[in-house]
Write a protein that binds this ligand. Structure first.
Ligand SMILES: [Zn+2]
Length: 211
């Protein structure tokens, strides 16, 4: 289980163009629902769960060689969605409306920056229709085994400050058997064989912090 704080804490994230933002408010540990988990070895498992996911579908939808998720109850999420509808990509969103996960996953195509994709029966994957950032996964069928409606948030969509929070790291691999062999080798061996490239620089010598 992840080692996140037992006290209430808040995480922030969203898409690259800021048309969609979210806040995750986790209550104190005692108020987080105990969940059935075949890997728990008898200990209580409470959200958020943080894990890598090697399944083919998640790799393709995300475009990332390994997907990672933060899974938590939908009711912990509050979304802020740009209220001005689709804008040219160079225009900044200036007004947002607050909404719930339930409404976000029902979003009407073209009516807001929220876009949804049903990748499998009962599965809704949410991303930003302006900038393409993958944001979330909701599986309706999960409610049959888990009474608390859950959502998986794409871990990489969290703000850097939230990703640097104490205890914020995956503690398991899902769909390990589906993973690409050389990726699993890298994960198992660590990064000793990889070169950490230095940040590229602008012509004036300053560092280029992002791609
Ligand atoms: Zn966006």
């Amino acid at each position: 289980m992840s080692q996140l704080p037992a006290e209430p804490f808040t995480l922030h994230g969203g898409c690259d163009c800021t048309a969609i933002r979210y806040t995750i408010s986790a209550p104190a540990l005692e108020y987080r629902p105990v969940q059935s988990d075949k890997h728990s070895k008898g200990e209580d498992v409470r959200p958020p769960k943080i894990f890598f996911d090697h399944c083919n579908k998640c790799r393709r939808v995300s475009g990332a060689i390994v997907q990672a998720w933060l899974s938590c109850p939908q009711e912990w999420l509050e979304w802020s969605v740009g209220s001005t509808g689709p804008l040219p990509s160079e225009e900044k969103v200036r007004t947002w409306v607050t909404t719930s996960t339930k409404d976000v996953v029902k979003s009407v195509p073209g009516a807001s920056p929220v876009a949804n994709y049903g990748s499998s029966p009962g599965v809704t994957r949410t991303f930003c229709g302006r900038c393409g950032t993958n944001l979330a996964y909701v599986y309706a069928g999960r409610e049959e085994t888990n009474p608390t409606p859950m959502i998986d948030i794409v871990l990489g969509s969290l703000d850097t400050e939230s990703l640097e929070m104490e205890g914020m790291r995956p503690d398991r691999h899902f769909y390990w058997e589906s993973g690409v062999t050389w990726v699993k080798d890298l994960v198992a061996e660590g990064d000793k064989s990889l070169v950490g490239e230095k940040l590229p620089r602008h012509p004036d010598g300053s560092r280029l912090e992002t791609c």
